[in-house]
Design a protein. Structure first.
Lengths: 703, 377
């Protein structure tokens, strides 16, 4: 009986010790004799392996993490089993800590070269991730050579070979990018922002004053864990940059926006007033939330032109708020164009009714048969940043940029380079208005755990390094000749953008005002966009790409509008202009300078670039039918008084004539030429004289 | 041989001195072995070439004294005597020649040119004097006049190795390296042992980035005169430029074996180590350079570059600062210091340095400054 018992137990153990894992065709066979810890250790290890294999077979990130935990327990008893090393390596590769895979896979391969059918592939991948591109290429080739010949291939084999060709291509790209790294600082945003959990998906305002991001940290809304990856559900967090402390405020959970499910940040308008978020339900959907005063509106699901039954995952609004770029895996756009494969980037135009129009695939060369993700439109209006697994990536998603020629054509995307890009996935990359700084998430050694948010500072090409060298080249002379140095002008990508920001306040009370800010292209007499200042803070921010003569009108009910003119030549580099706007309530004596009224030189002829401003005046006068006004013409001190009086009066009359022509009663309009007798600035400088040459609008009476 | 002829021979010998070659080349000028004076009777007018013993005795005696002082290398006394002779007899044109050639010995080329011009006004067909005028113009850096004189001398049938050599050097100094080479070729044809021409042709080839041709020329010069450190240094620099770092170091070592105080060769050797990535080793050698020439701004700049490459930006800044303290207009040192400050995120300081470099004429610095206004956080 005793012998029988021993036999049964032994057989049971033998049977249960031989595992067969169908997916990878690898079994972890553990030999009891090799266990130094004896019976208990062997038993524990067996238990762990069995448990782990169940998770491993599921093939999901969370399951790999669970399997990994158990495999590592078994590993603590015995480190020499090739199959166990292989499994641990594979688990690392398919979860978040990919860099740890290589040692285990190496151990497995050295102990048993044929440990698994795909060991070469995994070793190639692990080496690729470790920047060992030559070794990776070697392993990928071995894997490829070991595949069945063309005729006998099954579909899955073809896919595998195809994938390995892409991997080989990525390694070649990686070698090239690694040889010419771009110069950057990559700085962790610190503990106020980052946690030991994954933090990712940063979105910023153009001036980097605010950041919203996604975190899987403890304390998420609902406190539940996603069974797919064993991490807390995504929540949105927000932080503000403190100019005085030169640091970020402690990130806080955006409770009003978060739900118990996934809530991720995907886009933010340049002025930080509209936030685009992603929710996993029902099937990957984009939402929009607006900052109203100091609180965010309830996220509103975007229209059906944006969201479909497919997955929509990221979004970015153009600087003029007229276009929304987003990512979707839909199979065709609403114009019937077939998608390129996987996830593509689409664009929707804002319609006159304020809604988003039908989406269109942005096409080649942006979209490819591979996945595109994380689209970000820079406020310069011409540069699109996105990530893609396309050819030219060094592995996984890489960040690329492309520039629009102004006629709607996108240039060939350019890989932004190493070390920003890595052989792993690099996604969700947003760039500040000055294009010198960018933000993204990365899993780096100096992080607080898993993925953290980082700020990139682009340093531009290597500065010249010239050795002090001389030779006496002419034998008959003592004169030394220095080594010839070519002064190579390095090309630095310049952002031609002006950020104008400030606050809108009431002239008397200093209270912030929610005003609408119209941006007009004076040359085309075309409204570019209208944005609002924040009702609570009065703050506003507008992005003005160079190359336009902008007319800016700040309007609020009951106030005289404020007019500003900013002519930004094409070559103007990045600049930030702070312009606080003070609005005066409409009342007798209140006046404004009409800065967007232009005349021919030395004449009273109105230029067409003035029409947008004049139309605003017409609208105002129509809104207040009882208002009578005076248009005052002013000049600088150049020229005689008589000439300037005549000129300023004639110009004021031209404005009045325009208004009359537009139906405003003549009796409501007075005009006067003040010449240079009421200067508002010095006449000793060009700038001062320019301010003095002006047309003013003054309320004479109103009921 | 009568007395008159004896004097003539002595005079010719006196002015046909070929100067000794030097082996130390870093700080002292290599004197070109030129011939100054009468090449023979054919170049001399009979009435003025002989020492004058009759008529106007006082002037003649002074003239003869001038000749004798010249023989004894007493150039000041010689000039004084020729001047006295001219005072006594302003028509004694030969004294202009004598004084002019003596001024050449004193490297007072403008005065020499003035005297030779006066002599040449009377003896227009004297090709030797035309050549000497070109010689003076060359040293006065009046290249157009020098070229004109040399061409005229050649048209008159005058041939001289140095004339072609000078023509080559002038083209070289104008940066016209292709045009310099044929002149050096002519000099070499006239004198196959003219190692100066080999060296300078090598330098022209170097500037044309024909490093192998340059090295061949330098080596030919070394074959002719193996004692000149400069030649080995130039071999080293050509090899360094073609990235033959081992060969360059060997050549610089050879130069230093000829002249252990040749700081240029030592600096170049250290640069070679720097360029081959041996930064710590390079720093040691640069420090040795400073033992030879303590105020050598280049060496401090180069030490800074080594520290920069080693990512020791504080030490780099210190070295660049020392270089700047020695040469306040060392624009590259400002560029480098700015770059090191940038790496330490000291952007204000970096921008200040780049702006200074821009002020000093380095246009490229303007590009660097463009980031300064954006660096606000």
């Amino acid at each position: 009986m005793k012998n029988q018992y021993i036999l049964i137990v032994t057989l049971t153990l033998i049977l249960s010790f031989a595992f067969y894992i169908s997916e990878a065709q690898v079994s972890v066979e553990i030999n009891k004799k090799e266990f130094k810890q004896g019976k208990n250790g062997f038993k524990d290890a067996m238990s762990s392996v069995k448990y782990a294999d169940e998770f491993y077979a599921k093939g999901q990130p969370g399951a790999y993490r669970m399997a990994l935990t158990e495999y590592l327990k078994a590993y603590s008893y015995n480190q020499h089993y090739p199959e166990l090393n292989y499994k641990i390596g594979a688990c690392y590769l398919y979860s978040t800590e990919k860099a740890k895979a290589i040692d285990f896979l190496d151990n497995a391969y050295k102990a048993k070269p044929g440990v698994a059918e795909d060991i070469f592939y995994l070793l190639g991948w692990a080496n690729q991730l470790a920047y060992n591109f030559d070794e990776a290429i070697d392993f990928f080739r071995k894997y490829k050579n070991a595949q069945p010949q063309e005729k006998s291939k099954k579909k899955s084999d073809v896919a595998a070979v195809y994938d390995v060709d892409k991997k080989l291509s990525e390694c070649e790209v990686g070698k090239k990018l690694l040889a010419k790294p771009i110069r950057v600082f990559i700085d962790n945003l610190g503990p106020a922002i980052n946690s030991k959990y994954p933090d990712y998906g940063p979105v910023i305002t153009t001036d980097e004053s605010l950041i919203v991001f996604t975190s899987r940290r403890e304390g998420s809304t609902g406190g539940e864990i996603d069974p797919n990856d064993l991490l807390y559900y995504e929540d949105l967090y927000i932080a503000y940059y403190n100019e005085e402390k030169k640091d970020w405020s402690q990130a806080i959970n955006m409770r009003t926006l978060n739900t118990e499910g996934h809530d991720a940040s995907v886009g933010l308008s340049p002025d930080g007033q509209i936030l685009y978020t992603y929710k996993g339900v029902p099937d990957g959907t984009l939402f929009e939330s607006k900052l109203e005063g100091d609180s965010w509106s309830k996220p509103r699901e975007m229209s059906k032109n944006i969201n479909t039954k497919f997955h929509e995952t990221s979004a970015s609004i153009s600087y003029d708020a007229k276009q929304l770029y987003f990512v979707s895996d839909r199979d065709r756009d609403e114009f019937g164009n077939k998608s390129y494969g996987g996830k593509d980037i689409f664009v929707s135009q804002k319609l006159d009714n304020g809604k988003w129009g039908p989406a269109k695939n942005v096409g080649a060369p942006i979209n490819t048969k591979y996945d595109e993700e994380g689209v970000f439109m820079h406020p310069d209006g011409v540069t699109m940043y996105f990530c893609s697994k396309r050819e030219g990536s060094m592995g996984g998603y890489d960040i690329f940029y492309s520039e629009n020629d102004g006629a709607g054509n996108w240039g060939e995307p350019v890989n932004i380079g190493y070390p920003v890009n890595t052989p792993d996935d690099d996604v969700f990359f947003v760039v500040a208005g000055n294009a010198r700084y960018a933000y993204y998430s990365s899993a780096r050694e100096d992080g607080y755990g898993l993925q953290d948010l980082y700020r990139i500072t682009f340093l531009g090409p290597e500065k010249m390094m010239v050795v002090g060298s001389e030779d006496i080249l002419i034998a008959s002379s003592t004169a030394t000749i220095q080594q010839k140095v070519e002064q190579e002008i390095v090309e630095v990508k310049k952002v031609r953008l002006t950020i104008m920001k400030g606050t809108v306040t009431d002239a008397l009370s200093d209270a912030p005002i929610e005003a609408s800010i119209e941006i007009v292209d004076n040359d085309k007499n075309e409204l570019i966009t209208t944005i609002n200042s924040n009702s609570k803070s009065g703050k506003y921010l507008v992005s003005l790409p160079s190359g336009k003569n902008y007319g800016i009108a700040v309007k609020a009910d009951g106030y005289l509008f404020y007019s500003e003119n900013i002519n930004i030549p094409e070559a103007t580099a990045y600049q930030e202009v702070t312009k606080d706007v003070v609005l005066s309530k409409i009342g007798i004596g209140s006046k404004i300078v009409l800065k967007n009224i232009f005349f021919d030189y030395g004449k009273e002829t109105l230029r067409e670039t003035s029409f947008a401003e004049l139309e605003r005046l017409v609208t105002l006068l129509n809104s207040y039918p009882d208002m009578t006004i005076e248009i005052g013409g002013h000049t600088d001190s150049h020229g005689g008084l008589q000439f300037n009086t005549q000129l300023s009066e004639a110009r004021a009359k031209s404005v009045v004539d325009y208004l009359v022509d537009k139906g405003i009663s003549k009796i409501r309009l007075a005009y006067k030429g003040y010449a240079y007798l009421q200067p508002i600035a010095t006449n000793d400088t060009d700038e001062g004289r320019q301010q003095n040459r002006r047309v003013e609008f003054k309320v004479v009476s109103i009921k | 041989m009568n007395k008159k002829l004896l004097f003539l021979v002595l005079f010719c010998m006196m002015f046909s001195v070929i100067f000794a070659q030097q082996t130390k080349t870093d700080t002292s000028q290599i004197v070109i072995p030129i011939k100054i004076g009468f090449e023979g009777d054919a170049a001399i007018d009979d009435t003025t070439s002989t020492l004058i013993v009759a008529d106007d005795q006082q002037a003649n005696i002074a003239y003869n004294d001038g000749v004798q002082f010249y023989q004894q290398n007493q150039f000041d006394a010689s000039i004084q005597s020729f001047t006295q002779a001219l005072k006594l007899n302003p028509e004694l044109t030969k004294a202009f020649y004598g004084r002019g050639t003596t001024y050449i010995q004193k490297k007072e080329y403008q005065k020499a040119l003035d005297d030779l011009t006066k002599y040449g006004e009377k003896f227009k067909d004297d090709a030797n004097v035309v050549y000497l005028k070109g010689y003076c113009a060359y040293y006065l850096e009046q290249n157009d006049q020098a070229v004109e004189a040399f061409n005229k001398a050649m048209d008159m049938g005058y041939e001289d190795v140095n004339m072609h050599y000078f023509m080559g050097v002038m083209k070289f100094n104008e940066g016209k390296y292709e045009e310099a080479i044929p002149h050096f070729n002519k000099a070499i044809n006239i004198d196959p042992n003219h190692y100066f021409s080999y060296n300078d042709r090598g330098s022209a080839n170097r500037m044309l980035e024909k490093y192998d041709d340059a090295i061949a020329d330098y080596n030919k010069a070394i074959e002719i005169n193996a004692d000149i450190a400069l030649l080995y240094n130039n071999v080293g620099s050509a090899k360094r430029l073609k990235k033959d770092y081992d060969g360059a170091v060997k050549a610089y070592d050879k130069a230093l074996s000829k002249d252990s105080e040749y700081h240029i060769a030592k600096n170049n050797k250290a640069i070679t180590l720097y360029e081959s990535g041996k930064y710590e080793e390079a720093i040691e050698v640069f420090r040795d350079v400073l033992k030879l020439k303590k105020d050598y701004a280049y060496a401090y700049n180069n030490i800074g570059l080594c520290y920069y490459k080693l990512k020791d930006y504080d030490s780099a800044i210190e070295a660049f600062t020392t270089a700047i303290s020695m040469d306040s207009e060392y624009a590259y040192a400002y560029i480098h210091r700015g770059s090191a400050k940038e790496m330490l995120r000291k952007m204000e300081g970096a921008c200040d340095d780049w702006k200074k470099a821009k002020e000093l004429g380095l246009d490229v610095a303007e590009e660097y400054c463009s980031v300064c206004i954006e660096y606000k956080k």
